[in-house]
Write a protein that binds this ligand. Structure first.
Ligand code: GUN
Ligand code: ZN
Length: 438
């Protein structure tokens, strides 16, 4: 077992920062180090203390003057939509029907699913994202390709075979029974293998019949520890169509509530237009509303009311995500840059500590995985990244006048992308360097 000492400046959060000056929310080590062995962080602290604990024969990697933070976590994306990104559509339903559904039909071919899965993981590593909650397609082979690649790269991933049995092309439909059988088969084949987590994934109420929603309910009942992921309240036409399809439901959220899909492991993409009643139910069930800034702007879906959801008497748990390929960037830095602008348009603030909390520990908490990822704490998985605030000439020029950690984080978020990610460590191994060498 090799032990590696990784030196650099360290930043890791203990809780959500309450204000920009709330330095008790995080630990910052200006000369810090991580001792890594067996895919885990063994020790984390100042270089002097970590070095003193380490044996003489350790390998030492010096990343100074760069900043080391936990690997970014993306709580909602679609790996089969890599070739859908940048498709010209007026709104969500046109975008789905014109580009997304036809593209996803291609994943009936195993070789295509395997090729895109491999490219997907390359992009995750390149952009510093070490965990994602991903939708596959309706085809079981797409989930097999995804999880096989995650296992090969030893990455902690959440994903699900999509269930959808109406309102899409024939090549993209299963049946309630197939949705049940194939989801069970994916759980049997992949859940808990390596660092894989399977999520129960009915795409959204529009593409599932009540019979299939019943199947989703049964799966949640049989596998209560699994994540559930779906879409909720993204677009006004989508909401109206859903209410037509489920006339007995009080509102869109009630559709999912009736099928037992709300709960602390449930991730609801978008949630832009929730009523007070719906937000109350989200709070009461501990469900997570997933903010997808670049996608919401690109598809013109609306401005996610992050602060309104946080500030309610019954606050809603939230996370943040790229929503590839409705989203327009793999980069969580770019995603938070757009989140900042969405809050600006609502007269709200998103300080850089908040942003870095959200991309790391905040998203880990939303996934109920903070015991494993999202911090630099000893005992957790050694998934972390190295950031360079002077990665491009323009960034380097701006960096000349940076004189605080807050300034540095804000520069990284506002001007950074994959070029700012010097290295991505996955289970203690430098995965970005491995990409370049391949
Ligand atoms: N709603 C249902 N499917 C999708 C999808 O693939 N992307 C987005 N943004 N919304 C959806
Ligand atoms: Zn989505």
């Amino acid at each position: 077992m090799t032990t590696t000492l990784i030196r650099g400046r360290l930043l890791s959060f203990h809780r959500a920062p309450m204000a920009i000056e709330d330095s008790a929310a995080y630990t910052y080590e200006s000369d810090g180090a991580l001792l890594v062995a067996d895919g885990r962080i063994k020790t984390s602290g100042t270089y002097a203390t970590v070095k003193a604990e380490a044996a003489d024969d350790i390998v030492e990697i010096d990343h100074r003057p760069h900043l080391i933070v936990p690997g970014f976590i993306d709580t909602h994306l679609h790996f089969p939509q890599m070739q859908v990104m940048a498709s010209y559509a007026a709104n969500l339903l046109e975008w789905l029907n014109t580009y997304t559904f036809p593209e996803e039909c291609r994943f009936v071919e195993t070789a295509h699913a395997e090729r895109i899965a491999s490219r997907f993981f390359d992009e995750m590593v390149r952009h510093g994202t070490t965990t994602a909650a991903a939708y596959c397609t309706v085809h079981k082979a797409s989930a097999d390709a995804f999880f096989a690649e995650a296992l090969r790269r030893d990455m902690r991933m959440i994903a699900g075979k999509v269930m959808m049995d109406r309102n899409a092309p024939q090549g993209l439909l299963d049946t309630p029974q197939m949705g049940y059988d194939e989801t069970r088969a994916v759980i049997r084949d992949w859940h808990g293998k390596g660092r894989n987590h399977v999520a129960i994934t009915p795409r959204f109420a529009i593409t599932s019949t009540p019979e299939q929603m019943d199947v989703a309910k049964s799966l949640v009942h049989e596998f209560p520890d699994l994540h559930v992921q779906t879409h909720l309240s993204e677009n006004r036409d989508e909401i109206a169509f859903t209410c037509e399809l489920y006339p007995e439901a009080t509102d869109y959220t009630d559709v999912y509530a009736r099928y037992g899909l709300l709960g602390p492991k449930s991730l609801f993409g978008h949630c832009i237009h929730l009523s007070d009643r719906e937000a109350d139910v989200m709070c009461e069930t501990g469900s997570v509303a997933v903010f997808c800034p670049t996608s919401n702007l690109f598809l013109g879906s609306g401005l996610f009311p992050l602060r309104a959801l946080n500030r309610r008497e019954k606050p809603v748990r939230t996370s943040v995500a790229s929503d590839i390929g409705g989203g327009t960037s793999y980069s969580m830095l770019k995603t938070l840059d757009e989140a900042y602008k969405i809050l600006q348009l609502q007269g709200e603030r998103l300080n850089p500590f908040d942003s870095f909390f959200m991309m790391t520990r905040g998203n880990a908490e939303a996934l109920s995985l903070v015991d494993r990822i999202g911090t630099l704490e000893a005992g957790t998985d050694a998934d972390f990244i190295v950031l360079n605030m002077a990665a491009t000439p323009a960034m380097a020029l701006r960096a000349e006048v940076v004189n605080s950690l807050a300034d540095e984080l804000f520069l990284l978020q506002t001007m950074g992308d994959d070029r700012a990610i010097v290295e991505t460590y996955v289970a203690g191994k430098p995965a970005k360097a491995a990409l370049a060498a391949a």
